[in-house]
Design a protein around this ligand. Structure first.
Ligand SMILES: [Zn+2]
Length: 269
C-alpha cells in the first residue's frame, strides 16, 4: 500500500490522494484548486489512463472539479460516489465545464486583440459528460466490493447533500488495513443536513482541517440576524443582494428566507 498526497496538503482546496494497493491505482477526490494558487498541487504520479478507480467524497468542485480533466486525459475507470453526489455532480461538473469554456472564450477575445495565442479551456462540457458516464452511485453504510482485496463504505459526513467520509478496507498479503478519508466534515444541528456520523476505528485517518485553527464559538441566531438586516434595509428603502454561490450554503440561505417569510419576521413590504 502506498499513499501519495497530490493536492490540498498545507492548503485548502484541490483535494487529491493517490493510493496504490492490491495491484490497483486509485484516486480519492480530484478537485480543482480555488482562489489564489499559493501552493501548486503535485502532478499525479501516473497517467490518467492507468488509474482504475476514483472514490469521491462529495460534489464540491474543490473535491470533484478535475474529474472531467481526468477523463479528457484518458481515464475510463469507475468513479464511486453516493447517489446524491452523483446527482449533484450531474449539475456541478457541467456547470464547471461551462465556466471553463466561458472563461477561455472571454480570454480569447482579449488575446485576439493583443495578438496573443489562443487559450484552451481546462476541459469542456463533453469532457464533463464523459466523466458523468463513469459514475456509479451507492447508498451510505453499505460495503462495496471494488476489486480483490479492496472494499469501501460511504459514511454520512454531514457537510453537503450526499457528502461522505470514505472507509477503505485493504487486504494485501494477508494483512488487512483500514484507511478513512474524512472528506469535509459538517457541523452538528444544521438545517437540512444530518449530523456527521462517527467512525470509531481506523488504521490511518486522512482528515480535512479547514477550520482546524479556529473555534466557531457560540452559534449566532442566523434567522433573527438575517431578518433584522433585511428589515433595516427595507426600512431605509434599500434592496438586499446576497451573493451566495456555494452549493449547500445557498440552500441554507433559502431555507432561512423561507422561515423568515413563514414566520412574518420582516414586515412592511
Ligand atoms: Zn466541501
Amino acid at each position: 500500500m502506498k499513499l501519495t498526497f497530490c493536492g490540498a496538503a498545507h492548503e485548502v482546496t484541490g483535494s487529491a490522494y493517490f493510493l496504490e494497493a492490491c495491484g490497483k491505482k486509485m484516486l480519492i477526490d480530484y478537485g480543482l484548486e480555488q482562489g489564489a494558487d499559493i501552493y501548486e498541487s503535485g502532478e499525479l504520479p501516473v497517467g490518467a489512463s492507468e488509474i482504475d478507480y476514483v472514490f469521491l467524497t462529495h460534489a464540491h468542485i474543490d473535491h470533484s472539479g478535475k474529474l472531467p480533466l481526468l477523463c479528457a486525459q484518458g481515464f475510463s475507470g469507475t468513479i464511486f460516489a453516493t447517489k446524491a453526489t452523483q446527482n449533484l455532480c450531474n449539475i456541478m461538473l457541467r456547470d464547471s465545464a461551462h465556466i471553463q469554456e466561458f472563461e477561455a472564450n472571454w480570454k480569447n477575445i482579449k488575446a485576439k486583440r493583443a495578438g496573443k495565442e489562443e487559450v484552451l479551456p481546462l476541459y469542456t462540457i463533453d469532457d464533463a459528460v464523459a466523466a458523468l458516464a463513469c459514475f456509479e452511485g451507492h447508498p451510505y453504510n453499505s460495503m462495496i466490493d471494488v476489486a480483490d482485496g479492496i472494499q469501501i463504505r460511504f459514511v454520512d459526513a454531514g457537510h453537503l447533500l450526499g457528502s461522505s467520509s470514505i472507509e477503505v478496507f485493504l487486504t494485501e498479503n494477508g494483512i488487512s488495513k483500514k484507511l478513512v478519508f474524512s472528506g469535509d466534515i459538517g457541523n452538528t444541528e444544521q438545517p437540512l443536513i444530518n449530523d456527521p456520523s462517527y467512525i470509531t476505528s481506523a488504521d490511518y485517518v486522512i482528515t480535512e482541517s479547514t477550520y482546524g485553527d479556529r473555534a466557531h464559538g457560540a452559534r449566532p441566531e442566523y434567522v433573527k440576524s438575517l431578518a433584522s438586516i433585511i428589515q433595516k434595509t427595507f426600512d431605509r428603502g434599500g434592496n438586499v443582494v446576497i451573493p451566495s454561490f456555494a452549493v449547500g450554503r445557498t440552500q441554507e440561505m433559502l431555507y432561512f428566507l423561507r422561515q423568515i417569510k413563514e414566520e412574518g419576521l420582516v414586515t412592511g413590504r
